[in-house]
Design a protein around this ligand. Structure first.
Ligand code: SAH
Length: 210
């Protein structure tokens, strides 16, 4: 089976399983060639619904997890989005299919950032990658309408919360041994609404000198 039909079957299965709510999420998953984001030796598995190794001890998230997080973040086309944890760049490409603005992504591991940049250039995705510590976010491009993390901190860093505008959302796996997927919404009055969306497993967010 070719990659295009394998991708289309995968998205059909995710829809049947109720893993995708928003049409924008569905369109993005149908569009992004996940096989271009995994090592060549893993391409045959690119359209199975599971994480895969991408080098440097990191993984590309399972397609259903990218779908669930995109639905929770629910970006509008005009939104500016911050990602922490570029990895291979797949999730950022999905986000870039949904929004018109540049997607801003921070990655701590230079080798991964370099490879992701090459892919974005080659495939034509408007994603900018900064090598650095995601705990700091990317203040120069703030405020963001939304932010998401693809690595798990023990709690959502304040610096990221501060860079999201009132009314904006943050989707993040949080915890050390047990992680939960959280969605925080900044209220206009300065408060934060917090919802939990089940147990998840992401690589830990680490500091650059670990
Ligand atoms: N978004 C990717 C998944 C990346 S895995 C996808 O589309 O599948 C998580 C990534 O977070 C790894 O690449 C890891 O290097 C990165 N990471 C871990 N700690 C970080 C930190 N403090 N700042 C930025 N990135 C970090």
């Amino acid at each position: 089976m070719g990659f295009d039909s394998a991708r289309s079957d995968l998205v059909d299965r995710l829809l049947d399983a109720g893993r995708i709510d928003r049409p924008a999420t569905e369109r993005a998953l149908r569009a992004v060639p996940r096989h271009e984001f995994v090592p060549v030796s893993r391409r045959e598995a690119a359209y199975e619904d599971r994480p895969l190794p991408i080098g440097e001890g990191q993984t590309i998230s399972a397609p259903h997890m990218v779908a669930v997080m995109s639905d929770l973040l629910a970006p509008d086309p005009g939104d500016r989005i911050l990602e922490v944890g570029t990895g291979c760049g797949y999730h950022a490409a999905v986000t870039a299919e949904i929004v018109d603005d540049t997607v801003y992504s921070v990655e701590v591991e230079r080798a991964l950032a370099d490879r992701a940049r090459d892919r974005f250039d080659r495939l034509g995705y408007d994603v900018r990658v900064r090598v650095g510590d995601g705990f700091d976010g990317w203040p120069a491009k703030a405020p963001y309408d939304g932010a998401y993390l693809t690595c798990a901190p023990e709690s959502v860093p304040d610096r990221i919360v501060e860079q999201v505008r009132p009314g904006g959302r943050i989707v993040a796996p949080v915890g050390r041994d047990r992680q939960e997927l959280l969605r925080l919404t900044r209220r206009a009055d300065g408060g934060i609404d917090r919802e939990t969306h089940g147990g998840v497993r992401f690589v830990p967010m680490r500091s650059p000198d670990d």
